[in-house]
Write a protein that binds this ligand. Structure first.
Ligand code: NAD
Ligand code: DAU
Length: 351
């Protein structure tokens, strides 16, 4: 019997990780620890919330007393840490929120694990889920490897880089058994519609402009979220303690090419005449500090842990579009209220 705390389990990636672990490991106790910020949504887990090995704890990782209570109650052997502020544009609007949750929250969690395990780390693991954005930006060629020097440019990536450094410092200083993975852009079901793909799906459904930043030639490496969850499972169980694993889709797209493919698939789904959705594309002011290109070299996890993506981008995008059509209620719920205020602030001023 293992008990694992998964932080941020009500969010996009976290909910897929929680579902995978709850279903695949009925002998484990899975504790979803989440503050339920705007990005956290228990609707994401309705299908598994009655499972006997699933537990939910509403708590902020900044709240040390809450962490103490939850660790004592559930006595975890492992922590998989996904809770974070995750959107680059929001980090430009409110950088301190990212310092609090991503840096201080992570250090709180490291302290709690260290103290709860009383420096006896046999059979314990602290897994920190991070991003490729810590490596900065690439030019036309090259890839991020596990040895690429950190060079973050946004408040979001700076906060994630800082949290990665703290995680490694706890391994080096206190011997806490840690593992880190740095992943490229995820997409798929339950993705909050502030990020490129779900935002544009929602806007096409509502016939709203598709706001492409700058020249649209920025490049990202896209990975289907369930393939990331499968990689997290492998890294948690078979990754080498103290190591870092880069995870990516071997799947680079310039934003404008991706948006055109999305428009084509959306037109097919909606029964529109070809070219209809593309007419919504609107170039707007660039994101400040916008990283030109990300591309992950995922050969280490591929060779050492035999992981590779299971779906092509075209397949994954189709599955994603189908999910948003089948879950329009979810989309309506998450785009009411605070979302409207954020959308106004992000897209209406000076663009
Ligand atoms: P998300 O924004 O969808 O979800 C974040 C979750 O964390 C939410 O459920 C939210 O309620 C919770 N949370 C936020 N602040 C909290 C706090 N103070 N205490 C407790 N819970 C809190 O994020 P995501 O896209 O699922 O990303 C999950 C993790 O993976 C993040 O650490 C992110 O940096 C990393 N990551 C994301 C991507 C991506 O493409 N989305 C890629 C690589 C790495
Ligand atoms: O690389 C991993 C990272 O991917 C994760 O760590 C982050 O949590 C996640 O949000 C994501 O960051 P990006 O900034 O790359 O994702 P986003 O979907 O916000 O933007 C993708 C690209 O699309 C980027 O070049 C900016 C552009 N974009 C985005 C939005 C929201 C637009 O052109 N218009 C938009 O409205």
């Amino acid at each position: 019997m293992k008990a694992i705390i998964i932080t941020g389990g009500a969010g996009f990636i976290g909910s897929h990780v929680v579902r995978l672990f709850v279903k695949k490991y009925p002998q484990y106790k899975i504790i979803n620890l989440d503050a339920l910020t705007y990005a956290g949504n228990l609707e994401n887990l309705r299908d598994i919330e009655q499972e006997p090995n699933y537990f939910f704890e509403k708590a902020d990782i900044l709240d040390k007393d809450a962490l103490e209570r939850i660790f004592v109650l559930h006595a975890p052997d492992g922590v998989i840490h996904l809770a974070a502020e995750s959107h680059v544009d929001r980090s430009i609007l409110s950088p301190l929120d990212f310092v609090y949750t991503n840096v201080i929250g992570t250090v709180n969690l490291l302290n709690k694990a260290k103290h709860f395990w009383k420096d006896n780390f046999e059979g314990k693991k602290f897994y920190h889920v991070s991003t490729d954005e810590v490596y900065g930006a690439l030019g036309e060629t090259g890839f991020f490897t596990e040895d690429t020097k950190y060079d973050p440019h946004s408040p979001y990536s700076a906060s994630k880089a800082s949290s990665d450094h703290f995680v490694r410092a706890y391994q080096d200083t206190y011997g806490l058994p840690v593992v880190i993975s740095n992943c490229s852009n995820n997409y798929g079901p339950n993705h909050f519609p502030e990020k490129l793909i779900p935002l544009f799906i929602n806007n096409i459904i509502n016939k709203k402009p598709l706001p492409v930043y700058g020249d649209g030639l920025y490049t990202r490496d896209w990975l289907y979220v369930k393939d990331h969850a499968a990689a997290i499972d492998l890294v948690f169980h078979t990754g080498k303690t103290g190591d870092t694993y880069n995870i990516g889709g071997f799947n680079e797209w310039k934003n404008i090419d991706l948006v055109k493919l999305l428009c084509k698939q959306m037109d097919e789904k909606l029964g529109n005449e070809a070219g209809t959705s593309e007419q919504l594309i609107t170039y707007i002011k660039d994101r400040p500090g916008h990283d030109r290109r990300y591309a992950i070299d995922a050969s280490k996890i591929n060779k050492e842990l035999s992981w590779k993506p299971s779906v092509t981008f075209e397949e994954g995008l189709k599955l994603t579009i189908d999910w948003y059509f089948e879950n329009q209620e979810w989309l309506k719920n998450v785009t009411s209220g605070e979302y409207q205020r954020y959308y106004e602030e992000q897209y209406s001023k000076g663009n």
